[in-house]
Design a protein around this ligand. Structure first.
Ligand SMILES: [Zn+2]
Length: 61
């Protein structure tokens, strides 16, 4: 239980999926100019819709 985090976030809970970033990593394999590489532009977190936190308290899973 992280009491400091709960105290500072009030009724908001930092999103457990993205850790408050609002985005989650979304690495994709791509070939750019003939070079294979991984790109990661991220995508909006489906857990918090990009807000980085969720309303209310969410019990730890
Ligand atoms: Zn999130």
């Amino acid at each position: 239980m992280d009491e400091d985090e709960a105290a500072t976030s009030g009724n908001h809970t930092v999103c457990p999926l993205c850790g408050g970033a609002g985005v989650v990593s979304d690495p994709k394999y791509a070939v750019i100019a003939g070079t294979a590489r991984t790109i990661d532009n991220g995508r909006p977190c489906r857990g918090c819709e990009g807000n980085g936190y969720r309303s209310g308290l969410i019990p730890p899973v």
